[in-house]
Ligand binder design. Structure first.
Ligand SMILES: [Fe+2]
Length: 279
């Protein structure tokens, strides 16, 4: 490299000496030539058609929903285990209903979703929540199937977590304070929540959500729609499909809604509420 530099310097100096070019200009010219001769680092742009290899659920959002710390995998969707025995929630829900609800209904949502996504490797690498937040990304021929079954999988995954055999009673922690501030009292909140669940015509869910302004709200959704489809964070929700209560309560949805408070897991509701504030 030095040999090349001196050769170039001599050549350029002898050529430009007669043209009265200043020495500093000659030096700058030589330096520029040498720099141009250096090998350059090549930064490759990712191919726009490359399909990422996914070994685990990627972080597609900083807003976990299925669990307070992570979103729900679709690669493949899997039935979560119940965090208690099927007969553990007898204070509100009988064992046979729990077995059918979890082992048949929820399993069917999982199976139908995996079937619909079998040829959709890009979608599978997304999370359930990401799919539901942007259903327009789902091909039209499977969009309704994904909406119903991804929603069913997400809703029930949340549902099992926010119930507990040791649940019930008055709310605790931060959510208790916020419920009082927002609705006046726990009794008022429970009344409005039950009314919203009772008013949902046909099948659906009733939810306590946090809206984008950070406020608590009660909403209900049809079928298996989840509040994240409307930009709302689901903190707790009750399933008002007949499959959730009919064996014990028959047509008495209001009785089911009243008894359900005996198994609400306030610890988990608090964790979800905290996650919703951080989202
Ligand atoms: Fe259900």
């Amino acid at each position: 490299m030095f040999k090349l530099w001196f050769s170039l310097k001599f050549l350029v100096k002898s050529t430009f000496k007669r043209l009265t070019i200043p020495a500093f200009a000659i030096a700058a010219l030589i330096t520029g030539l040498l720099v141009a001769c250096q090998p350059q680092e090549v930064v490759e742009s990712p191919s726009p058609t490359a399909t990422p290899v996914v070994t685990q659920t990627p972080v597609t959002s900083n807003k976990p929903v299925a669990f307070p710390d992570r979103e729900l995998s679709a690669n493949p969707a899997q039935l979560p285990q119940l965090p208690y025995a099927a007969n553990a929630l007898e204070k509100a829900i009988d064992a046979q209903t729990m077995e059918l609800h979890h082992g048949r209904h929820h399993q069917t949502y999982v199976d139908n979703l995996n079937k619909a996504l079998a040829e959709q490797s890009n979608l599978r690498s997304s999370s359930i929540e990401a799919m539901l937040r942007d259903l327009n990304n789902v091909p039209e021929n499977i969009r309704t199937t994904v909406r119903n079954n991804a929603g069913g999988h997400l809703n029930h995954t949340i549902f099992w977590q926010i119930m507990s055999p040791t649940g019930g009673g008055q709310p605790t922690g931060q959510i208790a304070t916020e419920i009082n501030q927002t609705f006046g009292s726990f009794e008022q909140f429970r009344k409005q929540f039950n009314e919203a669940g009772g008013n949902r015509f046909g099948s659906g869910w009733v939810w306590l959500v946090r809206n984008p302004q950070g406020q608590l709200q009660i909403v209900n959704t049809a079928n298996q729609d989840n509040p994240i489809m409307n930009g709302l964070y689901p903190i707790m929700g009750n399933d008002v499909w007949e499959h959730a209560y009919y064996l014990r309560y028959q047509n008495r949805r209001a009785d089911y809604l009243n008894n359900w408070w005996n198994v609400v897991n306030w610890d988990e509701v608090n964790r979800r509420s905290l996650a919703s504030r951080q989202a």
